[in-house]
Write a protein that binds this ligand. Structure first.
Ligand SMILES: [Zn+2]
Ligand SMILES: [Zn+2]
Length: 370
């Protein structure tokens, strides 16, 4: 069957290749780490994100053990083809699979079903680290890692993986804040208008916050149209640098940083208001250094009771929460969520999907299951 494969570490090695059918490999493990019943899933479509581009071009990622090639793709949407006895899924059911799998040592977070908080770092991730991804016609997976989606999410279900990361960050921000003080946030700032930034703006609007979105994006761009449609205020990053937004906007209760730039992350910490929270989600794999005004940053954090935390990946519970948020967004703003998927490209034209275009928000590669 067709699959999009790369050799991590070899630039320009992304290719459409043939791999063997996944059926009956006996390789599928359940959440308990034991070989388990295999659900077969036909892939509908898979989103491309910065991580895929880094694996393709910058030597990120790792193939499965004893192999040099990796099937790409982690932002998946599929349909169940066959279900073994004892698994509560039906043939034809729309599903999304989680990405990370627990470490072999079963550290305490992994043992508790929270491999997103793995302590050993020996976790694997489908399509990224040590396990084949979802850019193939079919895959096998344990029902433990498959989340059923309602058919109302058919057109936007491919946004589930980035949605799960955003929703995890927001759930944690709210629960930590409410664990330390009475907290009724009013104003939010989102940095970055990629898929993650837009989803953060949308999920914060669903929580009835005033949302400002600061980004380097053309006012006529699809990203700005989506932000406008959900009632977020748009700020051009060149005229409104994040470092000035603390004064300009007044008190900011929550900042969600998703620009991919560590300098903006530092500015976001400084812009966070008194008793506020700053959630950092950018993966910055470079080696940039920066001079910061350490005394005033520290003093400000201490006197302002500020909280800064980082968030990565997401577990099953966050995917389930993300499905509820996506569903609510589809009902509240009909036709808007679909606009986040700006291009759909057939697997044969995969190279187009790996080439960024100015108006791209989320590019998706489609497979036969669609
Ligand atoms: Zn991604
Ligand atoms: Zn672990």
């Amino acid at each position: 069957m067709k699959a999009i494969i790369t050799t991590p570490g070899t630039k320009g090695s992304v290719r459409l290749g043939a791999i063997s059918e996944p059926s009956g490999t006996g390789m599928v493990q359940g959440a308990d780490g034991k070989p388990g019943a295999e659900v077969e899933v036909e892939v509908v479509e898979v989103g491309v994100c910065g991580t895929d581009l880094e694996i393709a071009n910058d030597g990120y990622g790792a193939p499965p053990e004893a192999r040099d090639s990796l099937v790409l793709g982690h932002e998946n949407l599929g349909r169940v083809v066959s279900v073994p006895d004892g698994v509560d899924l039906k043939t034809g059911q729309l599903v999304v699979a989680t990405v990370r799998r627990p470490c072999p040592e079963r550290c305490p977070p992994c043992a508790a079903g929270q491999s997103d908080d793995c302590l050993t770092g020996n976790y694997t991730e489908r399509g990224i680290k040590g396990r084949d991804g979802y850019m193939a016609e079919r895959y096998m997976e344990s029902g433990d890692y498959l989340i059923p989606l309602p058919s109302t999410l058919t057109k936007v279900g491919v946004l589930m993986e980035p949605s799960s990361i955003v929703e995890k960050g927001l759930i944690q921000a709210f629960s930590i804040q409410r664990g330390r003080m009475p907290w009724e946030p009013k104003q939010a700032l989102v940095c970055g208008a990629g898929a993650v930034g837009l989803l953060a703006a949308i999920f914060l609007r669903l929580r009835d916050l005033e949302v400002n979105l600061v980004a380097k994006a053309d006012p006529g761009s699809p990203a700005y149209k989506v932000a406008q449609a959900v009632g977020a205020s748009l700020l051009d990053a060149t005229e409104h640098p994040v470092s000035k937004l603390g004064q300009e906007l007044g008190h900011i209760d929550i900042i969600f940083e998703a620009t991919g730039a560590s300098s903006v992350a530092m500015d976001a910490i400084a812009a966070t208001g008194h008793n506020g929270v700053c959630c950092l989600s950018s993966v910055t794999a470079g080696t940039r250094t920066l001079t910061v005004d350490a005394d005033s940053l520290n003093l400000d954090m201490v006197l302002g009771n500020k909280l800064v935390f980082g968030t990565v990946n997401a577990n099953r519970r966050h995917f389930e929460a993300a499905a509820r948020m996506l569903g609510a967004a589809v009902r509240k703003w009909p036709g808007v969520m679909e606009q986040i998927v700006t291009r759909r490209v057939a697997a044969e034209q995969f190279a187009d999907a790996f080439t960024r275009q100015p108006d791209d928000i989320k590019t998706v590669i489609t497979f036969s299951g669609g």
